[in-house]
Design a protein around this ligand. Structure first.
Ligand code: 2NL
Length: 363
């Protein structure tokens, strides 16, 4: 039988020399495993006389306790070393550039809103937003659309159930109530651009009950039709990225502007194909006008002191024209194949700084 002291010495040396958890396990098996030398020595105790058995048994038990303690101490040392090694090897350098996100796409509606906001932002307009559920006053009355005006029917309004006082809330039919709220809240100068969702009870191949509009409002003491024309010509050319794009103002009518003008851009139509640019033909893309004095007065702005212009356009329509998107309904299907095709890469933020704004990078 091996001497217990010898067993402790050799086992301790081997435990101290172990450099990995696997090496340490080999040492454990060598001494404490089913055929380990300490285990075998204990088995041999049975052949000794009672006196010798008691003495040798006590020594071997003490040796076993020491080896088990040394193994535990070594296991924790190796664990710490392994952790430190991992911390060094797997250290994250938070200053490295992030991998470019290639999975998500910016929806063409979001991209188009960002582009429009970038262009008017450059001219000094700031974004304003407001509620989708509106009071009749902000959506119609303040805009010079009285209760029996046909425009209220034309607008195919979604009404909420009548309230106890007999009034009904509406889903806003345009973003104009945001401009009304802004005028009621602050005196001019006002320069705002208002993108957002709008709702009309209309659903076919070219109309969705929910769609997007952007409207603009500029009011100051001397704001005039020349400013309206300059801003909107500049917008059309920047948005479509065509420096000499023909732009025409055609007299029109809106209850909330006087005079009113629709804005057409040059295009050509050859065997059913529409192309934007000088081509002898015209395509309507914007409505505009000088804010009606009654609308200013309804909002607490003195029309003898201030005047301004306003405009509005449909986002889906200009997005379809700019990016060649053929079907309106696909905008709201959330079809990933469509989004991968027509969507834009994130972080590709529209800016005029890099030159004429022709939009982001199609994915
Ligand atoms: C269109 C035409 C337009 C406005 C919107 C407006 C708002 C206020 C006062 C006066 Cl608070 N006008 N908005 C003016 C002219 C045209 O939109 O075709 N939109 C899709």
């Amino acid at each position: 039988m091996e001497n217990a002291k010898e067993l402790i010495d050799t086992a301790s040396r081997e435990i101290a020399a172990a450099t990995s958890p696997e090496g340490l396990e080999e040492v454990r098996v060598k001494y404490l495993g089913r055929r380990g030398s300490l285990t075998l020595a204990m088995r041999e105790l049975g052949g000794l006389n009672p006196e010798a058995r008691r003495r040798a048994g006590a020594e071997l038990n003490a040796a076993k306790d020491q080896i088990v303690a040394a193994l535990a101490e070594a296991a924790s040392r190796l664990g710490r070393a392994a952790l430190e090694q991992r911390l060094v090897a797997e250290r994250a350098d938070v200053t490295l550039p992030i991998p470019f996100a290639t999975e998500g796409r910016v929806h063409p509606i979001s991209q188009t809103i960002d582009e429009i906001v970038a262009i008017f932002g450059e001219m000094g307009l700031v974004v304003a937003e407001g509620p989708h559920i509106e009071e009749d006053f902000y959506n119609f009355t303040a805009l010079n659309i009285p209760p029996e005006h046909p425009a209220r029917q034309e607008h195919d309004t979604f009404y909420l159930p009548e309230r106890a006082d007999g009034t009904r809330l509406v889903l806003r039919t345009h973003t104009s109530p945001v401009q009304i709220r802004t005028m009621l809240a602050q005196q001019p100068p006002i320069r705002i651009i208002v993108p957002g969702r709008t709702f009309r009870c209309d659903h076919d191949a070219t109309h969705s009950p929910m769609f997007h509009q952007v409207e603009g409002l500029v009011i100051d003491r001397t704001t005039h039709m020349g400013h309206l024309k300059g801003c909107l010509i500049e917008f059309c050319r920047a948005f479509f990225g065509i420096d000499d794009l023909p732009v025409r103002f055609r007299p029109s009518y809106f209850p909330f502007t006087e005079p009113s003008a629709e804005v057409d851009i040059g295009c050509s139509r050859k065997d059913g194909r529409l192309e934007i640019g000088a081509g002898g033909d015209w395509l309507e893309i914007l409505g505009s006008g000088m804010v009606h004095p009654k609308v200013l007065a309804n909002c607490g702005i003195d029309p003898s002191e201030y005047q301004g212009f306003a405009f509005g356009m449909g986002i889906e329509r200009v997005a379809m024209l700019k990016y060649g998107i053929p079907d309106l309904r696909a905008f709201y299907d959330s079809d990933l194949r469509w989004l991968r095709h027509y969507g834009f890469l994130p972080l590709d933020i529209p800016s005029l700084v890099r030159g004429p704004l022709s939009g982001g990078t199609p994915a």
